[in-house]
Design a protein around this ligand. Structure first.
Ligand code: HSE
Length: 345
């Protein structure tokens, strides 16, 4: 008898659609390998929802709708035009909210309210949305503690690149002294295409948008704000601090020219957008800036949409994780990983 895990999916953009398709593709395999029957009970987006009464939404029809980029409220039999997210979260029967609405770094909405509504019902929150995590971490923590629910953030903390799992589980007992990472696939893609293919900045960014890697507002990527959110999220969880966004000096890649890239190349260096955090004497400091890395630096060879992180520890030396390219499927896979870790493994 399989364990049933029911999910409400909030947001039906690149990541939400990829999640719906991934669950359809993997459902039988997950049942066989983990004994879990993972059901999508409801999906809600800005114009409406689709809600199942008992068995979960039909995964095949949902995946077809996602592939066709059709609005969720048009799902036959289950579509509910105009139904809002808060109403859906309060009414649908589920154990997990998957929050995949776009990141808003002004007030964290609407994701923040979605997460609070789910936590107040005792639902675990699994999210790709960084806004509420970096703007309202204490509020989310308190709500989660009050109801005994959890907030799982792999998909917001560089997604397919394991960062927090390595930094917390795999280095338990060691002290991490500093971290540095390429945490934004879009910027790395743009710099890589400008370096290797001679693309213009605009061409490369347009391509990243077409691939669904860039944020809904791509200035978040290229101005370093996405990297800043990720370094704050990762550092605060690793070092148990509450560094805020405005404490992080941040510069993106918008001022990098092809001449800068060629000049670095002539010195056998490569320009990368680096987010770093250092723990020293009880103080946590973090920074985001383009840096010219020597070719033998562990992050120098991280190509295109791939990412990487280096942990410098007291007893385990230097630990390097690279890969985990930014993509909607990679983000969906990180959401799935957190669901399995929270409810099944
Ligand atoms: N826009 C992000 C990136 C993906 O380029 O890596 C979501 O965090």
């Amino acid at each position: 008898m399989s364990k049933i895990v029911r999910v409400i999916l909030c947001g039906f953009g690149h990541v939400g659609r990829a999640f719906a398709r991934l669950i359809e593709t993997k459902h039988a395999d997950l049942e066989r390998r983990y004994g879990v029957d993972l059901r999508i009970q409801a999906v809600v987006d800005i114009h409406g929802a689709a809600v199942a009464e008992s068995e979960g939404l039909p995964l095949g029809a949902l995946a077809d709708l996602a592939a066709a980029h059709r609005p969720i409220e048009t799902l036959e039999t289950f579509g509910r035009p105009g139904l809002g997210a808060i109403e859906t979260i309060r009414e649908a029967q589920a154990e997990v909210l998957v929050e995949a609405t776009p990141t808003n770094l002004v007030d964290g909405e609407p994701g923040r309210s979605h997460m609070i509504a789910a936590l107040d019902r005792g639902m675990d929150v699994v999210t790709a949305n960084k806004g509420p995590l970096v703007l309202a971490p204490t509020e989310l923590e308190e709500r989660a503690r009050a109801s005994g629910a959890r907030v799982l953030v792999s998909a917001a903390a560089a997604a397919a690149l394991p960062t927090l799992d390595v930094g917390r589980l795999c280095t338990a007992g060691a002290r991490i002294e500093s971290i540095e990472g390429i945490l934004n696939g879009t910027s790395n893609y743009v710099l890589g295409r400008m370096d290797e293919d001679g693309c213009t900045y605009e061409e490369a960014l347009g391509e990243a948008q077409r691939l669904g890697i860039a944020e809904a507002d791509p200035s978040l990527d290229v101005e370093g704000k996405d990297t800043r959110s990720k370094i704050v999220l990762i550092a605060n969880r690793l070092f148990e601090k509450t560094l805020t966004l405005d404490e992080v000096e941040t510069e993106g890649i918008t001022r990098i020219t092809r001449a800068d890239i060629q000049s670095a190349r002539s010195r056998n260096q490569v320009i990368k957008l680096i987010g770093s955090a250092r723990w020293r004497g009880g103080d946590l400091t973090a920074r985001v800036a383009p840096q010219a890395l020597d070719r033998d630096h562990p992050l120098a060879s991280v190509g295109l949409a791939e990412k990487g992180i280096v942990f410098y520890t007291d007893t385990m030396g230097r630990i390097i994780v690279t890969g985990g390219a930014s993509s909607p499927t990679g983000a969906a896979a990180a959401l799935l990983k957190d669901i399995l870790n929270a409810r099944v493994l």
